[in-house]
Write a protein that binds this ligand. Structure first.
Ligand SMILES: CC(C)(COP(=O)(O)OP(=O)(O)OC[C@H]1O[C@@H](n2cnc3c(N)ncnc32)[C@H](O)[C@@H]1OP(=O)(O)O)[C@@H](O)C(=O)NCCC(=O)NCCS
Length: 166
């Protein structure tokens, strides 16, 4: 069940101490606060967060490159996992990407991270290749979803959205 109080909004520099705390709790090689700060300063980026009464539940970001949207990060606080926060973030990221003219969506994900891969598959992303040792000791799967601004993909997103409000 989705918590009614959860809200989504753009990430701001003032959020970065909470964001980097979650980043450090989530990733073995976390981004520094400065990396997030630099990302937020770019115009071709979208960074969003989910919060519950001001407490950070998760965040996600993407980079726009021509008509491609590259998801750069998705992280959900342990206490919030499995409650559709990642799904809510992805829907809003994709909305933003389409709004900014993106036609295709891509990302890299650890070969062992089947939970995240399942999330991305729900969003129509399919593995198309491998980047060897992308994460130093581990390969990355490259996933793509094409024609995200088309009606078929729109129908997929509508169904995911309906599932969230069920
Ligand atoms: C991957 C991650 C972002 C998913 O966020 P989440 O809010 O827990 O995901 P959701 O609740 O929206 O789940 C969406 C789908 O993801 C998959 N999923 C989520 N949690 C899962 C679990 N514990 N086991 C299996 N699949 C799971 C399922 O396909 C799920 O769909 P379903 O609920 O209809 O079965 C979160 O687990 C996380 O932050 N992991 C650590 C960081 C990470 O791996 N980020 C991705 C890097 S590329």
């Amino acid at each position: 069940m989705v918590r009614v109080g959860l809200t989504y909004r753009s990430m701001e520099p003032a959020d970065l101490s909470a964001v980097t705390a979650l980043e450090q709790a989530t990733y073995a090689t976390p981004w520094s606060e400065q990396v997030f700060r630099d990302e937020l300063a770019q115009t071709d980026r979208i960074y969003l967060l989910a919060e519950d009464d001001g407490a950070l539940a998760g965040y996600a970001g993407l980079m726009l490159v021509g008509d491609e949207a590259h998801v750069t990060t998705v992280a959900v606080d342990d206490a919030w996992r499995g409650k559709k926060v990642g799904t809510g973030l992805m829907i809003r990221l994709i909305d933003g990407a389409i709004h900014n003219g993106a036609a295709h969506l891509t990302l890299e994900v650890r070969a062992s991270n089947v939970i995240a891969q399942d999330l991305y598959r729900r969003f129509g992303m399919a593995p198309v290749g491998v980047r060897k040792n992308y994460y130093q000791t581990e390969d990355a799967l490259i996933m793509w979803a094409h024609d995200i601004s088309g009606p078929e993909y729109g129908e997929r997103i509508s169904q995911i959205r309906e599932g969230l409000s069920a």
